[in-house]
Design a protein around this ligand. Sequence first.
Ligand SMILES: Cc1cc2nc3c(=O)[nH]c(=O)nc-3n(C[C@H](O)[C@H](O)[C@H](O)COP(=O)(O)OP(=O)(O)OC[C@H]3O[C@@H](n4cnc5c(N)ncnc54)[C@H](O)[C@@H]3O)c2cc1C
Length: 436
Amino acid sequence: MGNKKHVIIGAGTAGLNAIRTLRQIGDDSEITLISGEPPYARMVLPYFLERSITEAHTSTATPQQLDKWGVDRKFGVRAVQLDSARKTIRLDNDEEIPYDTLLIATGSSAARPPLPGADDPSVHTFWTLADALDVNGKMASKGHTVAVGAGFITFTILNALMERSSKVTIVEAEDRILPRMVDETAAEMMANWLTAKGVEIRTGVRLKEVSPQGEGHRLTFEDNATLDADLVLMATGIRTNLEWLADSGLDIQQGILVDERMRTNLPDVYAAGDVAQGANRIGGEREVHAIEPTAMDHGRVAAANMAGQQVAYRGSLLMNIVGVAGLDMASYGSWDNPNAEVITGHAAERNAYRKYLFDGERMIGAIIVGPHADVWSGNELGMIKGLVQTGQPLGAWKEWLRENPFSVKKAFLAQGTVSTLLPRTVLGTPSQSPRG
Ligand SMILES: Cc1cc2nc3c(=O)[nH]c(=O)nc-3n(C[C@H](O)[C@H](O)[C@H](O)COP(=O)(O)OP(=O)(O)OC[C@H]3O[C@@H](n4cnc5c(N)ncnc54)[C@H](O)[C@@H]3O)c2cc1C
């Protein structure tokens, strides 16, 4: 099956899953993979910094695997122009690559704030393998690490920072930590937990400048307060990698707009992953969900359609999960929907919090906080995700949850959520092992 020339730009999660899927469904068309970086998973970089895995373990496809899939690759080069009329891609080495079908899976990058000194190479970001290697080298001696931005990325590396620094400070312009991931109650629980572990948290402080100071840096804030650091990590947000598509004719908002089959407005051009703005499973609005599960699903659905199948995606579920020093927290779906009916449970003495958001009898979002052992032992995180993902009407079990917010298992099992979830694989068949 397949006599096309597929070109895939980006060897991250979306691009790699697309290639794996094309081969799994028997499409033996030519594949050219163009990528600024070789294949690795950004998601596991925190474990590299923690020293629980080596650099080699971050790789997602060996040269042997890519050979087996018959992938012609061009690594270390960047796509700089898409000409959809001529169906070609121009690279930064001036090479021109023709395509029959194109998948844009160029992901996103760390965004630095436009402040004096913030873009100096000695001030780090933590987004790429190169960043991780750099930070790893700089953290050789224990010192004071300052993370600018109390969002998801800072929290993914906090365990490593706490283990490898003598002191960690988090500074955040907004008045609380994790403002785009959890509500005030959950943020306060995590802030108290971290403060008790010796992490200093400064919220409501606006950075003005970063300047060299001895071997490290001095951060100056708008109120002229200063903070000296041995290592500064900028984790102030991300931007989708779209600049090179400015003249392409693609419909772009926060990302490249895609339909339920991952098609863009240009013929035979698909987009997937962080760079794509596709349907949100809850509500159907098109949004950028810069998370691993979305990149994986997008890549698989795009590939099936590139191979000539007609596969529609039900939309991606927004989810964020972080765990720091034994306290885990997650948010799913419409966790901050102001119009939702809300059920909460808070057991402060055991650091446990649940917030369920409902549209009628359907759970459309949730926030979960609890000690690692509690939330994972009964797989509560997974069960609550299942309830949001399936959108099953909970009937009387909604009132059960109001009375027993920490006993989600009964509602999950009684509603047959597993049997609803099982047939809902992205392509109608379960995904195979990444090794295959
Ligand atoms: C430290 C860290 C921790 C994370 N942890 C989690 C987590 O726990 N859970 C979770 O769900 N998500 C997590 N994420 C987010 C997750 O890694 C991303 O959502 C995922 O990598 C997106 O995959 P992608 O294929 O869309 O893009 P990417 O993985 O970013 O891959 C894009 C690829 O395109 C290449 N590229 C970009 N521009 C060009 C160009 N013009 N020409 C050629 N090549 C180009 C890049 O070099 C790269 O290889 C984390 C991210 C980071 C950085």
